[in-house]
Design a protein around this ligand. Structure first.
Ligand code: CUA
Length: 366
């Protein structure tokens, strides 16, 4: 019976190990760093983990050995010889852990200092806003202002586009969007944690203060991120992506972002724009929360949709769905709460015709 149990447990453990090592796409793998911040963190993690592994084996091995050797046996009711006080041993097991901790502390503290340094003078500044449950990215450098309206910063939702090989200095803020209470605290303003495992370790996003991360991507590509602090119902789907572009693609992206949304020419999309700007049949107003550059829609409570369908932007609604997934977009507009429980996007009871028009408009916002 016991042998069977052990065999079953062994099989489960083996399966877990094999699954953990399986090949394929692992977009959130800390052990596969793609930039200097993540690399330096891995370079610290590995030796500390080996030190911890050796300590673990010695301590746990000792416990198991002693438990087996001195276990209770029939006919041996007396306690084994008891020892009280051994000065040499006690000094030893006080000094040895202190030496081990010192060995771990030196590189840890020096990396903490290094990661909290000021960025390169050539770094790009991006303000990251954690919302329930999506991320906004505002490119606050003067050369990243848009060429229309109030000349505000280029702003994206769910996807942060960056150039390769350049330091990005992130300022992390928590944003509400609901009503303000008597103390000036906005509803929905909660703690999030910004985490792109292949580019940098986690950093908390705390209401009322600004935290920072320096990160950089060495190669073009898409790096998946995830909110890593429980922040409400859709925490698990508060995802995002960092898209790193080479210089020509980056320049093209910036130039395009500085342009307002191109007015649609297709009649269906035109009708959608009209609904978007002037309200739907139920009286709902998209522009109460969203912005589309170059139009009257300028609210910053919900994702900025100026270039919603830009191929670099990939996904929407906390990266729950890919932008290319039209069926998901329809379901989302039809009843946000049904596909994303607790969503702050209201259900405007759109007619099927209105959904057709709004989808056509949103997908025209390249
Ligand atoms: Cu935001 Cu979890």
């Amino acid at each position: 019976m016991r042998a069977k149990l052990f065999r079953a447990l062994g099989l489960v453990a083996l399966t877990l190990v094999l699954v953990g090592c399986s090949g394929g796409d692992k977009p959130q793998n800390t052990f596969d760093p793609a930039g200097p911040t993540a690399q330096s963190q891995k370079d610290l993690l590995m030796p500390v983990m080996w030190v911890a592994a050796v300590v673990f084996v010695i301590v746990e091995g000792g416990i198991v050995l002693i438990a087996i050797k001195y276990r209770h046996r029939k006919g041996r009711d007396l306690l084994p010889p008891q020892t009280h006080g051994n000065t040499r041993l006690e000094i030893g097991w006080t000094i040895l852990p202190a030496v081990v901790l010192a060995f771990v502390m030196v590189p840890t503290v020096s990396l903490i200092w290094d990661l909290s340094r000021h960025p390169d003078p050539g770094a790009m500044n991006v303000t990251v806003e954690g919302h329930q449950w999506w991320w906004a990215f505002r490119y606050t450098d003067p050369d990243m202002a848009v060429g229309y309206g109030d000349q505000g910063p280029i702003t994206t939702a769910d996807v942060m586009v960056i150039p390769v090989g350049r330091e990005i200095y992130l300022s992390l803020e928590s944003h509400g969007g609901g009503a303000q209470d008597a103390n000036g605290v906005t509803d929905f303003e909660v703690i999030h944690s910004f985490w792109v495992p292949r580019l940098a370790g986690k950093q908390d996003v705390v209401p009322g203060r600004t935290n920072h991360i320096i990160l950089q991507a060495d190669e073009p590509g898409t790096y998946w991120g995830q909110c890593a602090e429980f922040c409400g119902l859709q925490h698990g789907r508060m995802r995002f992506r960092v898209v790193a572009l080479d210089q020509p693609a980056w320049d093209a992206w910036v130039a395009h972002q500085k342009q307002p949304a191109a007015p649609p020419t297709d009649p269906l999309a035109k009708a959608g724009m009209d609904l978007f700007l002037h309200g739907v049949s139920s009286g709902g107003q998209c522009i109460a929360c969203h912005a589309v550059g170059g139009t009257d829609a300028a609210a910053a409570v919900a994702p900025n949709l100026t270039h919603f369908a830009d191929p670099n932007h990939q996904c929407f609604a906390g990266c729950t769905w890919d932008t290319s997934d039209e069926a998901a977009l329809r379901a989302w507009l039809a009843n946000p709460d049904a596909v994303r429980l607790g969503s702050k996007m209201p259900n405007y009871h759109l007619t099927p015709e209105e959904i057709d028009q709004l989808v056509a408009y949103l997908l025209s916002l390249k």
